[in-house]
Design a protein around this ligand. Structure first.
Ligand SMILES: Cc1ncc(COP(=O)(O)O)c(C=O)c1O
Length: 179
């Protein structure tokens, strides 16, 4: 029996996200700027500072164990407080995640019921699409122009009676929409 027979209906129908491997910089002879993920140039990361920070935490008995042990599921309290201060929001509103994908996953689990429609920009971050599909969402896209999504088009759709449970938007550092 194929292992896929044990997979859920949703998992079996996910398909692969439409992305290029991050290390691919050509299609045939055509050079690419791969915008699938935000990967920085290898030589601009502050390795020395990372190393010192890790060394400081692991080298201090007061912080070593707690840094590699369980913390509150909401995140390290001091970090939550710093983020709350930085963003000007109550600390109860801050949940530390393992990155944006983890945050998108939690939002999808919390907000989407099977059959709900999620509106996404086109182009969008492809890995978010399977998270929404896995929650049972239908996806609809809306064109992105230089200043954001086509609001006239959105208004038209809403007037026609279409409804969305969630709009997934990338508010800054979005990929270039092209000409
Ligand atoms: C728009 C967008 N969202 C989420 C992610 C993934 O972020 P993380 O690695 O923090 O999960 C990326 C990565 O490139 C991204 O471009």
């Amino acid at each position: 029996m194929s292992v896929y027979a044990a997979y859920s209906h949703i998992a079996n129908n996910l398909g692969a996200p439409p992305f290029l491997p991050l290390n691919r910089d050509h299609v045939g002879d055509v050079p690419l700027v791969n915008l699938t993920g935000g990967v920085p140039a290898a030589d601009i990361l502050p390795y020395e500072s990372y190393s010192q920070a890790v060394g400081r935490v692991l080298g201090n008995p007061a912080t070593a164990f707690s840094s590699v042990s369980y913390v509150s599921p909401f995140g390290i309290q001091e970090l939550r407080e710093q983020v709350a201060h930085w963003r000007g929001v109550p600390v109860e509103n801050v949940l530390v995640t393992n990155g944006a994908m983890n945050g998108i996953f939690l939002a999808a689990q919390t907000l989407i019921d099977p059959g709900d429609t999620v509106l996404v920009e086109s182009p969008t971050f492809p890995f978010a699409l399977n998270i929404f599909r896995r929650a049972g969402a239908r996806l609809e896209s809306i064109a992105l122009h230089a200043g954001g999504i086509d609001l006239d088009e959105l208004e038209q759709r809403l007037r026609e009676g279409r409804r969305y449970k969630l709009f997934y938007t990338i508010p800054d550092f979005q990929n270039l929409p092209g000409p």
